[in-house]
Write a protein that binds this ligand. Sequence first.
Ligand code: NDP
Length: 354
Amino acid sequence: MFGLIGHSSSFAQAQEKARDLGLEEMAEADLLSWCSAPPQLLETFEVTSKTGKTIQGTYIDSCFVPEMLSRFKTATRKVQNAMELAQKNGINVTALGGFTSIIFENYDLSKFQQIRNTTLEWERFTTGNTHTAWVICQQVETNAPALGIDLSKAKVAVVGATGDIGSAVCRWLAQKTQVGELLLVARQQQRLLDLQTSLGGGRILSLEEALPEADVVVWVASLPQTLTIDHSTLRKPCLMIDGGYPKNLDAKVAGDGVHVLKGGIVEFWQDIGWQMMEVAEMENPKRQLFACFAEAMLLEFEGIHTNFSWGRNNISLANMELIGNASLRHGFRAIALDSARSRSDNSGLELAAA
Ligand code: NDP
């Protein structure tokens, strides 16, 4: 069995979900009461791969909401309690979705393995970041040419370049895709310099400097809602892959030559009998899901019971290829712009093919 640990995208949405589930008391409770609410195992379901193999999955809501991010103890407790629940249910491999993997890493929760009488076994968990990074690279490779962008000459800005996903995306785009030039954007300069050295190239720029130069922008940082982008300074065409969480770029910049695609989202080849993606506001919630969640499914399909994606900046190109091949084999494809989809449909190509 595989597991997915997730959360609602806001407190209001969590209350609405509680109401839908008939949990009236929770729906009426204030944020403080939610801070002490335990994780909930909300549903179990079956998933059948294109190969014919069927596995069972479970969705655990951590009862965390982004409004709790500033409460260090609450946020960490929510993640640890959800992991404990997953392990107690004997789940082989569980993906830490949404903010839960970031809380785990940023608060260094690997130091706290003992949760009450449970010793957390790390090999039962994955951040899902290897598959997310691979999917985002496929989205660049598939959609940029559909907009007439020649990747071998293109400037590709990676916002969040030094992050776990961002650094893997940079390595792939530099070595596999061989894009024209990488523009590296993040705040901490030393980490940028270290990345530049390890890549053997790439130009370090501020966000304001990078955006007007970029043919493609990969966003893999959780950016403040207050971020403003001056549409007139962007190149046209420009492909923006919005890989951060929450996804909020579309309303800010899409249109008039700027094409925004939800990053790190995959579509399964057939409907899955679950409710959980309704709250994630997917266009097709029975088939679309976060690539990090899909990684847990893929590891279960493949019988790889290990913490495949773990720690920071450990993602190898070999593992991206491994999980990418599994992704295609079991029936996932990266979501694409309509223009790329129709090109692919016309040519009979698989959208997410490497
Ligand atoms: P990390 O914390 O490892 O990396 C975040 C990166 O963003 C760092 O390079 C950080 O560098 C940079 N950053 C943060 N704030 C800013 C800012 N204001 N301006 C510029 N750069 C900034 O995160 P991950 O790589 O694990 O995740 C990245 C994003 O992907 C997150 O939003 C996450 O929620 C999302 N995600 C999506 C998934 C999916 O399935 N679609 C799955 C998993 C994650 P610095 O601090 O130096 O600025």
